[in-house]
Ligand binder design. Structure first.
Ligand SMILES: Cc1cc2nc3c(=O)[nH]c(=O)nc-3n(C[C@H](O)[C@H](O)[C@H](O)COP(=O)(O)OP(=O)(O)OC[C@H]3O[C@@H](n4cnc5c(N)ncnc54)[C@H](O)[C@@H]3O)c2cc1C
Length: 379
């Protein structure tokens, strides 16, 4: 029998799995290479919960351990306060992130057709519009996104600046496009994932893991602890490539019932807005290596100034601030860590952390990759 690790957290040998595969709303994976195998996922943000769900659907018996299991955005869980927009941001722009993003978008589409309502799952598909001037590169996910459409300068101006053309796109030096993609109401969605996971027999346990994940006992150990892997926190992996990118946002009343998300980069500045139920999230800031979680009032004023300067006038009238949030994006230099290693006793450790500003955009693609890696090594 393997060592159980601190406070007996783990599984004793193989367990008899009674996973209701294919049952529970939203469960679509029916692959099983792991019957009886056990997995521990550390972290219960969007990355940990999606990974735990996918492992459970694939036949593992899964425990999810986290210092904060409730997704409280004020207790160091970035997922609990995020904008919830499907859009790769602050992660490497490569073929693999493009692929994970499109896999995740399709997974949200599956949720939309699984019979659960928005009030239960928090997922909705909305119109999204982006414009960068000077021009950015066409993103790697665009080719596989069926609704992706490039916009001309006059289309942008006519549609978004009919009355107040305060934002001038540089002639011949801009990239503008629109597409449809999910915007997730993060609190509802995290609750949905927790319910889905436990309804399939998964166990959620509040527990802080200090030191290496190898001390835990299961056939597969998955590290989804986000910024909890930074050296600064003396937490799990102590990965020197992990650093926070502090983000501050404001919430304003959504008086006009706006449903469209917009991001503009221009004139050396940027601004974005994401409609989320009764509020619009306006942003934002991206400060590397800043750990301070206090609301900075100067930053609030600057966000309002940039939004009024760059976003369509109709979307920034009467910005009544009703809330603030500061979070730490778990950013990893050299890219997201989704990789596996085998231990001498046959157990498998898989990393799934460092998603920067894209946790909700990459979550299912990365979770499926974890299941693949774990199953290959654990065969
Ligand atoms: C202002 C802002 C806006 C954002 N908007 C978007 C957006 O619109 N779209 C998007 O895709 N992304 C967005 N993001 C990024 C997104 O929030 C993150 O990429 C995502 O939340 C990361 O998820 P995670 O599960 O890795 O980390 P987290 O959500 O932080 O979860 C980490 C988990 O690990 C646990 N943990 C940590 N250390 C330990 C330990 N030692 N032992 C046990 N448990 C531990 C924590 O308790 C928690 O449960 C935004 C981020 C910010 C700050």
């Amino acid at each position: 029998m393997r060592w159980l690790g601190p406070r007996g957290i783990g599984f004793r040998g193989k367990v008899e799995v009674q996973v209701a595969r294919g049952s529970g709303k939203g469960c679509r994976r029916v692959k099983c290479s792991a019957s009886g195998d056990t997995a521990i996922v550390v972290g219960a943000g969007v990355i940990g919960l999606c990974t735990a769900v996918r492992l459970q659907e694939s036949g593992y018996s899964v425990k999810c351990l986290a210092e904060n299991i409730g997704g409280d955005p004020n207790q160091g869980v970035a997922s609990g306060g995020a904008g919830g927009l499907w859009f790769p941001y602050l992660c490497e722009s490569t073929e693999r992130t493009g692929r994970w993003a499109n896999e995740t978008r399709r997974a949200y589409e599956d949720i939309l057709s699984n019979g659960t309502k928005f009030e239960e799952n928090g997922v909705a598909v909305k119109d999204i519009w982006q414009c960068y001037s000077p021009a950015d590169e066409i993103p790697p996910w665009a080719g596989d996104c069926p609704t992706f459409e490039l916009l001309t300068k006059s289309q942008v101006e006519e549609k978004y600046y009919p009355h107040k053309p305060q934002y001038e796109i540089m002639e011949n030096d801009f990239l503008a496009y629109q597409f449809q993609a999910p915007i997730v109401q993060v609190d509802i969605y995290l609750s949905y994932l927790r319910r889905l996971f436990t309804s399939m027999g998964g166990e959620l346990v509040q527990h802080r893991v200090d030191g290496p994940i190898e001390a835990l006992e299961a056939d597969v150990l998955v590290n989804c602890a986000g910024i909890g892997n930074a050296t600064h926190l003396q937490g799990l992996e102590q990965d020197a490539l992990m650093k926070p990118v502090r983000g501050q946002i404001i919430h304003c009343k959504n008086r006009e019932h706006i449903t469209e998300a917009v991001t503009i980069g221009g004139d050396g500045e940027s601004a974005y807005m994401i409609p989320r139920g009764d509020v619009i999230v306006y942003g934002g800031t991206s400060d590397e290596n800043q750990w301070d979680l206090d609301v900075d009032q100067d930053a609030v004023q600057d966000i309002i100034r940039r939004c009024k300067k760059l976003l369509p006038e109709a979307y920034t009238r009467d910005m009544e601030v009703v809330g603030h949030w500061v979070g730490l994006r778990p950013y990893r230099e050299q890219g997201v860590s989704v990789e596996a290693r085998s231990l001498e006793d046959g157990r498998v450790v898989v990393n799934n952390y460092g998603h920067g500003g894209s946790g909700f955009t990459l979550c299912y693609g990365c979770a499926d990759e974890v299941v693949r890696l774990a199953s290959e090594r654990n065969a």
